[in-house]
Write a protein that binds this ligand. Sequence first.
Ligand code: SF4
Ligand code: SF4
Length: 488
Amino acid sequence: MSASLEAAAPEAATATEDDAPLYAARRKIYPIAVHGRFRRIKWTILIVTLGIYYLLPFVRWDRGPGAPSQAVLIDFPNRRFYFFFIEIWPQEIYYITGLLILAALVLFFMNAVAGRIWCGYLCPQTVWTDLFQAIERLVEGDPRERREKLKHASRGQRAFEAAAKHVLWLMVAWWTGGAWVLYFADAPTLTMQLLKGQGPLVAYAWIGILTFTTYVLAGHMREQVCTYMCPWPRIQAALTDEYAFNVTYRYDRGEPRGSFKKTEALKLAGLPGGDCVDCKQCVAACPTGVDIREGAQLGCIQCGLCIDACDAIMTKLSRPAGLIAYDTEMNVRARQEGKPEQYRVLRPRTLLYAALIVVIGGIMVGTLATRSSENVAIIHDRNPFFVLLSDGSIRNAYTVRLVNKELVERRFSIAVAGVPEARVEVMGEPKEGGLPVVTVGPDQTTEVRLLVSTHTRLPAAASLDVDFTISDLATGASASARDHFKGP
Ligand code: SF4
Ligand code: SF4
């Protein structure tokens, strides 16, 4: 049986807690490859998530002439975010806020059901570290082969393999950074520019930064990020409860541990013998170096690989699988005491999170489905508030911003209500049916200066509520805003 920890660990086995050093040298962890249910789930998620990340910028979405045809695009110069059929304007940033709240609630819900499964399966740090470790095993072999090579392989071969591994890591890291910048510009065009060395400097800078961070975090720091840098394990510990499923060593079944022969002999003699044969394959498979038999630990990311490793051993020994499984400490204790197990997925906290997800998700879908494709904003001139004209009438001036979120040019009339006998003019724009008409280009805003005047005598220091309504001359779709008309 191979152990994976090529440890430089201090001899702490006999040290008391008081003697424990404040600083412990890092143990380098080289997990063995395992096969099984959870490993297959992790491979599937890895392929799907990385496939989406690397390929999504190249997916096209026809938005008509003049509009970008990239399905997912963060268009900083034009201040737009495109996500397939959804287009978010800067003033609609609350959708992004809603999405972040939703993401946090989904994370809480996952945690309430099954602990840190986000960390074990979906977290980018886990996914990229998994990929980097797979490359490492592919080039340098599994931990047993590594140890053999340390003893027998020539320096040249080891150096060649180490160099090959780092080159492959850097290539993955480089493409990770490269894919990131493709979300901010037309991907095929930017790819060609980058390949020809004609890309913008900022793109090269970001690729450099993300290549470096991916290479360091996934290649070198690995489990250190999960154990020491990430705040989620600490927050998660405060949000979980005793009913959440966690990867659990079923010590009621595993202890007392011992060799296969010894425990079989004990069982034959009618004495207690556990199923754990102390092979340490669960530890060897663990990407964070945790021995799950010591109970729940901060370092455990709930990836389930120790379950696969242990199940393989149990199968070989013709013992039932599931010595390590997604379970609860409470159930382990209940079984030990001969009490019934309790599985409560539906409980107040899971129901609350699920309800909040449904409500916030529903609000977001509802507002997206019913949002208008035109808008108007008014700013009253402040200095002066009004002007007295030579013919005795009072005039107020406004800056009007018309928003057209459709991908075709539109013509809007502007009507003003609330000022008696109002005369309305937009400087430099024609009138139709007595109302000024403004043309707004596709997916654009237009700002105009609007003058409203009246001959009617107003009370002293009058401030009238005024409604401004823009109406699409073709479809009749309209939007309104309110401001004031002031007099002397
Ligand atoms: S103890 Fe098991 S579940 Fe936890 S991180 Fe290690 S292998 Fe994954
Ligand atoms: S893999 Fe299973 S049998 Fe082996 S040490 Fe771990 S818990 Fe015990």
